[in-house]
Design a binder for this molecule. Structure first.
Ligand code: XMP
Length: 317
């Protein structure tokens, strides 16, 4: 019979046997899977697990600092790498969604590789791959081949000869969360909404500039905080804020403004393949809209996305 406790016991034992005194490198994303994989490995091999957490400059507001602190708090040996300038520099002038994904994926691999190479005698690459990822990677040429492309650390230099270890390979998402709870991982990490690897880069329609990232981070922060305050965060499978490539006219006092617009998105789903937009309360939407327009400079209009998937995807890009 499967139970999270027996899974943890058996896996920790197996990992110890398999890895011995070897060193293992793992990329943390802030998400559930990589966090649970890291804590399991940490139980098994302690300081021989080297974690790398890359700030792409496209994370949510304060995410890098907060998540890094909570990883350290859990005792992980984690290196935070601030690479935002590289990503934003390479994204300059790029507006095509797939081109953005490619650049972000390539930069991620470059940054990760450089860090992995700096670990002397590292022999293993650990990944938070779960069962649905395994299935997905077996389907040839599905749209997900591009969707998750950046997750593939397949670009690791050959000369490193890293062997792969994937302790969550046979688990479904809910099992991963149960294992995480058994391991005592902060519920705030375990209950987090999914967040795409390319991050805010694909929630900024049009060019990704540092200024536009900052504007979106502010608006998104207000929306996320309000979802939590109103007890709605856990009722939603995924929520996000999208900065649109349009400006519209507004008034402020006697002044005419001509500023940006954000769209709010919230969906329910089980696996992200299909999704329904959430009927968030009007009072809630009114509050968030007011707060964003009053507090975020550069935004004078907020809209709510009432499209379900299919045909509308969850992300706008
Ligand atoms: P869509 O927009 O295809 O999204 O309905 C389905 C789920 O996948 C996430 N998503 C991504 N995740 N890299 C990722 O790691 C990507 O390029 C990417 N694009 C979409 C999306 O956030 C949703 O959970």
């Amino acid at each position: 019979d499967w139970s999270p406790e027996s899974f943890v016991d058996a896996t920790v034992r197996e990992l110890r046997e398999k890895l011995g005194d070897d060193k293992v490198v793992l990329g943390l994303s802030g998400g559930v899977d990589s966090s649970v994989a890291a804590i399991l490995l940490h139980r098994a091999i302690g300081k021989n697990l080297y974690c790398i957490f890359v700030d792409t400059g496209l994370l949510r507001k304060n995410e890098f600092t907060d998540v890094l602190a909570s990883y350290r708090h859990m005792g992980l040996n984690v290196k935070g790498v601030q690479a935002g300038e590289k990503f934003l520099g390479d994204l300059r002038g790029v507006t095509d969604p797939e081109a953005k994904r490619k650049i972000i994926g390539r930069d991620f691999i470059e940054v990760f590789n450089a860090e992995a190479k700096a670990i002397e005698n590292v022999q293993w690459l650990a990944q938070g791959t779960i069962y649905p990822d395994v299935i997905e990677s077996m389907s040839v040429n599905g749209p997900s081949a591009t969707i998750k492309s950046h997750h593939n650390v397949g670009g690791l230099p050959e000369e490193m000869h890293l062997r792969i270890v994937e302790p969550l390979r046979l688990l479904f998402k809910d099992e991963v969360r149960r294992v995480g709870r058994t391991l005592g991982i902060d519920p705030l990490i375990l209950e987090r909404h999914p967040f795409p690897g390319p991050g805010l880069g694909i929630r900024i329609l049009g060019e990704v500039t540092p200024e536009r990232v900052a504007v979106l981070q502010e608006a998104d922060r207000i929306y996320m905080d309000a979802l939590k305050e109103w007890g709605l965060y856990d009722k939603v499978w995924q929520a996000g804020t999208i900065l649109l490539p349009v400006k519209s006219v507004g008034v402020m006092g006697d002044e005419r403004t001509y500023e940006s617009c954000v769209a709010l998105r919230a969906v329910t789903s089980t696996d992200g393949m299909t999704a329904d937009w959430v009927h968030l309360p009007y009072d809630f939407l009114a509050r968030v809209s007011n707060d964003i327009i009053n507090r975020v400079r550069g935004i004078n209009r907020v809209v709510y996305d009432i499209s379900s998937k299919p045909p509308a995807t969850i992300e706008w890009e």
